[in-house]
Design a protein around this ligand. Structure first.
Ligand code: HEC
Length: 115
């Protein structure tokens, strides 16, 4: 719980901008299609063309367990990657703002829910 609180704090403070500029979903969609679709799928359901070959399936962003995650948590996973899975880090490919744009695209299609 403390971690969730901390995440909420981080999301809203160091960037200050988080509230006023939550990312550009249109730009995020282009980035998603270029980099993420092959695993996470066109419908964001984790069924991209490359998904079947993976041992750990790409996240279905419509699932409840994913939708309860806040923006910062998604942002950090994209930036740093997830160990032992095909989800590598993207901080050498995408800028911090581009990652924000992708998060905002994901959340436009699969909105956050409060647990
Ligand atoms: C090579 C396949 C692959 C590509 C390309 C890929 N991912 Fe993933 N992604 C995965 C897998 C596999 C997981 C699940 C890891 C796990 O369950 O531990 C994952 C997990 C995630 C998660 C964590 C979701 C959650 O609910 O915790 C996010 C966010 C994510 N990916 C975003 C992206 C974005 C954005 C891109 C494009 C910039 C991308 N991924 C590209 C395979 C991929």
């Amino acid at each position: 719980m403390a971690i969730v609180g901390l995440c909420a704090l981080l999301w809203s403070s160091p960037w200050g901008l988080a509230q006023t500029s939550p990312g550009n979903p249109k730009n995020g969609q282009v980035l998603y299609q270029r980099h993420c679709l092959r695993c996470h799928g066109e419908a964001l359901d984790g069924k991209g063309p490359d998904a079947a070959a993976l041992k750990i399936s790409p996240t279905n962003f419509h699932s409840y367990v994913s939708r309860i995650k806040d923006n910062l948590e998604l942002w950090m996973t994209i930036q740093r990657g997830r160990s032992f899975s095909a989800m590598h880090n993207w901080n050498d490919t995408l800028t911090d703002d581009q990652i924000k744009d992708v998060v905002s695209y994901i959340r436009t299609i699969a909105p956050h829910v409060n647990p």
